[in-house]
Write a protein that binds this ligand. Structure first.
Ligand code: PEP
Length: 258
């Protein structure tokens, strides 16, 4: 089955209004490529309204970097699903390793967030579930056990029908923001494992789930990664702050279609 390539920009706590206009314009100018590649930008939540007006007529989608699992209430500093969708978000990153490591997103909390997103508004929002092993886990031969544990926990309550609203991003923790990219073979091996796990659990529904690789993807490393059978695109941090580099990565994803 051919899946539409997908490239997601994660700006983390970076970017501003100026960069919003710059990247939006660069994407607008390369409109042709957007026919073959889905592009999602996840800026800091306060920039979503600025992005919303920039991409009004373009096939660029918006995403949030996180969400609170509760509807509303006394959660100072947090953002609700309602608010994020009102400001244009169609995707939500859940379980990014920075959230897991720095902000207390345990496997339980990741599961609660996945469930909350999929239960919300007849599933109009898509979950981008981030998972990946630490360097010591890879060194100890525990990569697959770690990935399997994260998948089983996060998707425990997710049905085959809901899987149509799930994207999975494999992001080895040792490769995020470090400049160390997993080799295409290392990434493919884990992606094949994830695809196989999904197939065992969900049968045919597994075939539609986009599997993205993330971890220091740059314009020069993207083509070989995206050439692998089970790598449908990327989750891009640092390089998404440079419009030229990000576009080059989108073009590398587009090449999967040819
Ligand atoms: C990320 O933030 O998900 C990421 C992969 O960052 P970077 O590309 O900078 O490693």
């Amino acid at each position: 089955m051919q899946r539409q390539p997908l490239v997601i920009a994660n700006w983390k706590m970076n970017g501003n209004r100026h960069l919003t206009s710059q990247l939006a314009e660069a994407l607008r100018e390369s409109g042709a490529l957007l026919n073959d590649v889905s592009v999602v930008v996840c800026p800091p939540a306060v920039l979503l309204p600025a992005w919303q007006s920039e991409v009004f007529y373009d096939d660029v989608h918006l995403g949030a970097q996180d969400v609170n699992e509760h509807h509303a209430g006394a959660h100072t500093g947090e953002h609700s699903l309602q608010l994020l969708t009102e400001t244009g978000a169609e995707y939500v990153l859940i379980g990014h390793s920075e959230r897991r490591q720095l902000y207390g997103d345990s496997d339980d909390r990741v599961q609660a967030k996945v469930d909350a997103v999929l239960a919300f508004q007849e599933q109009k929002l898509k979950v981008v579930l981030c998972l990946g092993e630490h360097e010591h886990e890879r060194d100890n031969g525990e990569t697959f056990a770690r990935i399997e544990g994260q998948l089983a926990k996060a998707l425990a309550n997710v049905s085959a029908a809901q899987l149509a609203h799930v994207v999975i991003a494999y992001e080895p923790v040792w490769a995020i923001g470090t400049g160390k990219t997993a080799s295409p073979q290392q990434a493919q091996e884990v992606h094949a494992f994830i695809r196989n796990w999904l197939q065992q659990r969900y049968d045919a529904a597994a075939a539609t789930v986009p599997l993205l690789y993330g971890g220091s993807v740059k314009a020069d490393s993207a083509p070989a990664l995206f050439a692998e059978t089970d790598i449908d695109g990327g989750l891009i941090g640092g390089a998404s702050l440079e419009p030229e580099a990000f576009l080059a990565i989108c073009r590398a994803a587009q090449a999967r279609r040819s």
